[in-house]
Design a protein around this ligand. Structure first.
Ligand code: SAM
Length: 217
């Protein structure tokens, strides 16, 4: 994401503490309480400017959503989208996903979305890819037993790496599309990057994988 520095972003995020949760460690194990219901919780890691997660929250009132984004100048865009049309089932975290286990307890999250994650194309940077095995372990630690990861990208190299990483980790491949926008998949909600890359004619790849119960793996 090309980053335009917004010096006022931090203050704006702080002003909206009912949407941007500033002390997520204190909410560990208490997210259902915070949402005030027992609906499933889906997180998006690297939520960017929030088009996907706000669209999902509107389309799926039976699900709670948490968008996690490292850059304050970027996530403030997601906050603006939420402020335009507030839905009760969405929260934002301006945090690093490396700390996911500090924010969420085991079995607290039902699904992880990864959309157009940074590809880190150099081999020596593969550990930084959000589908590297150490991240898969982190997601496993916070997900329910048969929790899922839904992943979209236009980057063929990252997609191939990720399918291999999922498979080596023992995840079950439930869905794969090598050309999402020319498939019969229904209900796709586009991200900012997806719109940009698809309009240039790039192919969009998508997969859904599931953690298996321990007796099956
Ligand atoms: N998902 C959005 C989309 O599809 O439009 C944004 C994609 S952008 C390429 C990747 C985003 O992931 C960036 O905004 C970046 O700051 C964020 N990101 C990368 N690593 C992260 C991490 N460890 N924790 C939280 N956010 C991260």
């Amino acid at each position: 994401m090309r980053l335009r520095h917004k010096p006022w972003a931090k203050d704006k995020l702080a002003e909206h503490a009912s949407i941007v949760v500033h002390n997520p460690e204190e909410k560990r194990g208490k997210w259902h309480e915070l949402f005030g219901n027992d609906k499933p919780i889906h997180i998006e890691v690297g939520t960017g400017k929030g088009r996907f997660i706000t669209g999902m929250a509107k389309a799926n009132p039976h699900v709670n959503y948490i968008g996690i984004e490292l850059q304050d100048s970027v996530i403030v865009g997601a906050l603006d989208l939420i402020l335009e049309d507030v839905t009760p089932n969405i929260r934002l975290l301006n945090q690093n996903a490396e700390d996911l286990q500090k924010f969420f307890e085991s079995n607290e999250i039902d699904r992880v979305y990864l959309n157009f994650s940074d590809p880190w194309p150099k081999n020596r940077h593969e550990k930084r890819r959000l589908t590297y095995k150490t991240y898969l372990k982190m997601y496993e630690d916070i997900l329910v037993e048969n929790g899922e990861i839904h992943f979209k990208t236009d980057n063929q190299g990252l997609f191939e790496f990720s399918l291999k990483s999922f498979s080596e980790y023992g995840l079950l491949l439930k869905f794969v599309s090598l050309d999402l926008h020319h498939s019969d998949f229904e209900g796709n909600i586009m991200t900012e990057y997806e719109e940009k890359f698809a309009s240039k004619g790039n192919r969009i790849y998508r997969s859904e994988v599931q953690y298996r119960s321990s007796n099956l793996s």
